[in-house]
Design a protein around this ligand. Sequence first.
Ligand code: COA
Length: 169
Amino acid sequence: MEIRQATKADYPAIYDLVQQAFKTAQVSDGTEQEFVEELRKGSGFLPELEFVAEDKGKLIGHVMLTKRGIETTEGEHGVLLLAPLSVAFDYRNQGIGGKLMQAAFDKALTLEHSAVFLVGNPDYYKRYGFQSAADLGIANGSEIPDEFILGIQLVPDALKEVTGTLYIE
Ligand SMILES: CC(C)(COP(=O)(O)OP(=O)(O)OC[C@H]1O[C@@H](n2cnc3c(N)ncnc32)[C@H](O)[C@@H]1OP(=O)(O)O)[C@@H](O)C(=O)NCCC(=O)NCCS
């Protein structure tokens, strides 16, 4: 199994993978594969932060990080959004989701990003170091319940001096 940056040639396979993966998600509106395409068209798209997991020539996992901002009294503080994260059904519970996130975080650090947020199940993401945005001092500007808005500091204390609101959707 190899984790590498996604290329344009991967896009059709990523569409199918995300669509299939979210059929078994706890929360899904069935449009996550279209969301990936929207994110790629948006101003926050960072091609170097879209990753796939590949096994014997087949795509089995995908993750992307795109730019978002926390609104503060001093203006916008740049962070990343992790969404979506997908692992093919037959390859789950082998740590591939964790490895995809780690690969994306390692690359994000080299590009001087220091914090990542997402909407997700805390029972899953806490094992990879995420905590609630509220615990990081970041207010939730969305209608989604606070417990599902999670963040991680890639650089220790990156958000210590940051107070503001994250409009995650
Ligand atoms: C969520 C997902 C990416 C996890 O991928 P994975 O490679 O199987 O994850 P990992 O191997 O890193 O971690 C597996 C562990 O997380 C747990 N886990 C997986 N999904 C979970 C969830 N939604 N809630 C709580 N725990 C979860 C597994 O039970 C397993 O626990 P164990 O190690 O104690 O046995 C994958 O299940 C998936 O693609 N799901 C459908 C799409 C989705 O829901 N994406 C996330 C949206 S927030």
